[in-house]
Design a protein around this ligand. Structure first.
Ligand code: AMP
Length: 324
């Protein structure tokens, strides 16, 4: 019931402001983009006179989902900022919070810090797109097929086609309503979502062949810039591949460490099918969900420490399972 009220409260806030800016986390993914584009269209359809902007760095891979906006000037008093799918300030893309006086957060990550006056956090929801579907239903908003497509893509992507934890009965209920109330050909959406170049598939083959697997079921690989060049892939490629290791019996935690010399960091993608990993990621300045986390590391020695910590976590998890 509390949640129902907050959805209405957010709608009332949206109604108040002539300008709405919708932001999300760095490293745009389909849930972040899908929720952003869908919310932009929902607001524009309901309030055609409002200026609504979806902002952030674009992702060439997901450009089929929509086009992002640029804002020249911000009128602090008359603008509402809505931050989607982002639990902490440092991960918000292209926003200086000081430029905004009125802020709302809508997120499904575990709570990290408060930065908005209204925060809708539902960390048991599969995705931010799921929360946007709740929002549009609770407020009886009409939506077109482009909204339905983006919301579907976001849910599909964050749930790994209804496989990952936090896919719930409610996820299916909401998707059913979305499909009943729209005319989208949902099976046709998988191709653009999962299309990737052969170079990335070959790179995946290399990772699978060459990753190390410890006795405690931790798989990891260090990916240097030279390797990325050799396979003609970019630093985001590991993130596109990581979920494919979910069902390997010898592996409980898997970590891809990718060098990004331009940003002077090492990107860690971490996944688990048992041990809780976001607490370890947080020690390294990262975070995320219990079983899907990430971090930005500053050196290979820090990466080694992260591997060690996750290996210990996995060892403890195995001991606990065996003791049961
Ligand atoms: P990724 O491996 O990039 O797909 O990220 C998996 C999850 O971890 C997502 O929920 C991200 O929001 C979160 N995450 C990734 N990198 C970071 C980071 N540097 N700091 C905090 N959370 C992160």
């Amino acid at each position: 019931m509390i949640f129902s009220n907050i959805y209405k409260k957010i709608y009332k806030e949206i109604k108040k402001y002539p300008n709405i800016v919708i932001a999300r986390h760095i490293g745009a993914d389909p849930d972040a983009l899908g929720s952003q584009f869908a919310l932009r269209e929902l607001i524009k359809n309901k309030f055609p006179k409002k200026q609504v902007y979806a902002i952030g760095n674009p992702s060439s891979r997901f450009k089929f989902m929509g086009i992002l906006d640029k804002i020249d000037e911000i009128d602090k008093e008359n603008t509402l900022l809505i931050v989607l799918d982002t639990p902490d300030i440092k991960r918000i893309d292209s926003v200086h919070l000081d430029d905004y006086k009125h802020i709302i957060k809508i997120d499904h990550h575990p709570f990290v810090e408060k930065f908005a006056s209204i925060e809708l956090i539902e960390d048991s929801a599969s995705s931010t797109c799921q929360l946007i579907i709740e929002f549009l239903l609770k407020n009886h908003l009409k939506f077109d097929d482009s909204v339905a497509k983006n919301l579907y893509l976001g849910v599909i992507s964050d749930t790994g086609r209804f496989m990952h934890n936090y896919t719930s009965k409610r996820t299916f209920e909401l998707i059913t309503i979305l499909l009943e109330k729209s005319n989208i050909d949902f099976t046709s959406l998988y191709e653009p979502l999962y299309m990737r170049p052969l170079s990335e598939v070959r790179f995946q083959g290399y990772i699978l062949e060459n990753m190390t697997v410890t006795d405690n079921g931790v798989a990891y690989i260090k990916i240097t810039e030279e390797m990325l060049k050799e396979f003609d892939v970019d630093s985001a490629s590991a993130g596109n591949i990581i979920s494919d290791l979910k069902c390997v019996s010898e592996i409980l935690i898997w970590i891809f460490l990718t060098e990004d010399k331009k940003s002077n960091l090492i990107r860690a993608n971490i996944r688990s099918r048992g041990p809780i990993i976001n607490e370890i990621a947080a020690i390294y300045g990262g975070g995320g969900h219990k079983f899907a986390s990430g971090a930005r590391l500053t050196s290979w020695s820090q990466a080694d420490n992260l591997i060690k910590d996750l290996d210990n976590t996995s060892e403890k998890y195995i001991e606990e399972i065996n003791a049961e």
